[in-house]
Design a protein around this ligand. Sequence first.
Ligand SMILES: Cc1cc2nc3c(=O)[nH]c(=O)nc-3n(C[C@H](O)[C@H](O)[C@H](O)COP(=O)(O)OP(=O)(O)OC[C@H]3O[C@@H](n4cnc5c(N)ncnc54)[C@H](O)[C@@H]3O)c2cc1C
Length: 804
Amino acid sequence: MINSTRAVIIGGGVVGASVLYHLAKIGWRDVLLLEKSELTAGSTWHAAGGMHTFNGEANISKLQKYTIDLYREIEALSGHSCGLHPNGGLMLAATPGELDSLKLICSRARYLGMETEMIPLEEAQRLNPLIDTRFFIGALWRADGGHCDPSGTTHAYVKAARQLGAAVERFTRVTALAPRRDGTWDVITDKGTVHAEHVVNCAGLWAREIGHLVGIELPVLAMEHHYLVTEDLPELKGREREIVNTTDYAGEIYMRQERAGALIGTYEPNGVVWSPVRTPDEFSMQLLPEDFERLAPYFEVGFQHFPALGRVGIKKAINGPFTFAPDGNPLVGPVRGLKNFWVACAVMAGFSQGGGIGLVLSRWMAAGDPGQDILSMDVARFGAFATPKYTSIKVPENYSRRFRLAYPNEELPAARPVRRSPIYDCLKSAGAVMGANFGLEHALWFAPPGVPPIETPSYRRSEAFPYVGRECRAVRSAVGIYETSNYGKYEVTGGGARRWLDRVLASRIPPVGRLRLAPMLNAAGRIVGDFSIACLAEDRFLIVGSGFAEEFHLRWFFSSEPPADVFVRSVASTLMGFSVAGPRSRELLQRLVRLDLSAGVFKLFHVAQTAVGFAPAILTRSGFTGELGYELWTSPDYLATLYDDLLEAGSGLGLVHFGGRALSSLRLEKGYGSFNKDFRPDYTPAETGLDRYIDFDKPDFTGRAAALAERAAGPKRRFVILELPGAETEAIGYESILKDGAAVGYVTSAAFGHCIGKSLAAGYVPTALAREGERFEIDIFGELRAAIVRLQPLYDPEGLRLRS
Ligand SMILES: Cc1cc2nc3c(=O)[nH]c(=O)nc-3n(C[C@H](O)[C@H](O)[C@H](O)COP(=O)(O)OP(=O)(O)OC[C@H]3O[C@@H](n4cnc5c(N)ncnc54)[C@H](O)[C@@H]3O)c2cc1C
């Protein structure tokens, strides 16, 4: 075995094999894969090999398509077959909700360039004669996907990588990882030590244990999973083509042809966690004991929906473990605090996602950037809240919902509540319906007295609609209070703070007592943060951004190398607060502060540290509603008292609670984008419009050269608000925006504008078409809806209320 290499990849499953191939492909030929057993010996060898392009997130869908298209490339390079059966897929709906979801997939697929359409059930039955159509009401057909041979695919990756110069050592177990001072690693194995610049954890079923070697607890857990292979089916005899792979959402069943029989698998409720505490070292190419007694009722549904399967015997049964993260998406990327240590694990759909993961990770390792937005599979979407207990509850929930369609207004109940603010119970008493963000409970909307605080999962307008409308109107006409504790908050202090922030953020850094909106760019000039920054003292700053991105932003800040005289820390749990917004917000707050809040004195973006009632607080004149408004920050021990004071001061002024849903509506009426939905690392300052907050005169900040070049060339597309006249239901997100039938963009967020009475969507359209009144169409549940560009905010276009 060689004793020095650029990168060691731990694990020879389909994911490690893909990472090895992609690193070799971009020119890192000096890379080594270490596998403790035979290649594929974890969860890979016994997989069903199903592959598909659909994912609820557009960028992951694209990477899944990339993965499937890649197989021809590695077959050609390696001369090794992936055993491809590219016979496409059918998705069956049994309820109106499932049907909505299939139509939504069709709308999304257009922009992604995927061939997908709703087809009649008779046509579905022609593609798969085993379906009993009486159980279904709709079907979607997609051309992409099918299945592959798991072992063949893994070996094709490895063979192709080897041809490019990569090395593989089988039967070599990594037993320890020792970091060196310079950020490189000694990888200690049972066959000796390898010195590596980078280490990648692709250890699948053992990813958790490799994490332990470097002192981290990755939120990953294995579940047992069963599938059956039937005897030959007379119904398939004489058919020229294989039946199309079929997913039955109601039955939570997937099935496909396997030689002359069928393979059928189920994601049952109450799934069984495998090796909850430690994955056995010696486990290798083994299967787990079958448990048909537990699974019989679920397979029984499959035998009803596909009756021919029940008429033949079972030839083979497989029960094998594979891993999940709490939300079912992979964990990919660098880990904060561990230089040159990367993860690519918790991959539950390795044959759909492995190639895409290898692609983005190899770019990230080589260029310091994945090259596109992949926040939804970034390991940094989880923070300290994702403890082993959280993971052990969330992963089984996710497993049981693998084939259950996720409704946009659905908040999953497992492992809740985890993080609660001191006023959690007060908000619940006020009727709050809660969601969870980065583990922290926050109010989505408030059910008035007499209305149950529950919401039916739906793709359409839910029972919350009128109450959200009431909240919006009250904010615009009187005053509302919204808890902002779930925002991401960071404190930057020290003599070098201003200088460092000047380099990290693209905006001008405000003087003491002022706040600014501050985009943060990566070196390629793309948006990686959209903050407000308040200067509390010459050497003390408060940065506020998206709560879910706390770990992502901390990783970014620390990789931007704060010097010895700069201290950066998250204050997410030590600073909590409220937004108080509406025309009467000044009147309300003036009852609690001695500071003169008059319009000409405490102006927009002014900042003060002052007492608000009993609470010492940071008070800023800012907000996200477009109204006169304030944000208040205090420590958790004062939060409940501050809340009481605000409610008391608001009595007689029409004060209402408002939640996240109302905020989404209010911000879209004003044309404000939101990080991760509308603003993400796929977009540039000029495309988003955030260029107006950039200080191009600063000599040096991350992304400056790219942003200047873009300013000179002009953006190719622009962020716009679209009005959907007459729509009876809102867009959900990722629906294609069509011009003359061609997809030119997709919806990044949407809401009903309750105060303007219009359905709104946001998205990017080509610059030449970003004109007032330009008409597009958006496919909403199969109906083409007119979507008209509105360049001016539809509410208070001059911003008079904000400045009042
Ligand atoms: C029954 C079943 C059916 C499935 N069906 C499908 C399907 O249809 N489609 C699909 O896409 N996915 C399917 N999957 C999931 C799929 O198997 C996984 O997504 C995939 O195998 C994950 O691959 P991996 O490389 O991340 O992990 P693994 O395959 O677990 O590979 C990890 C490797 O790391 C090695 N390793 C661990 N520790 C060390 C160490 N210390 N030193 C050296 N080497 C080490 C292990 O030996 C192992 O080979 C199925 C899984 C099961 C169980």
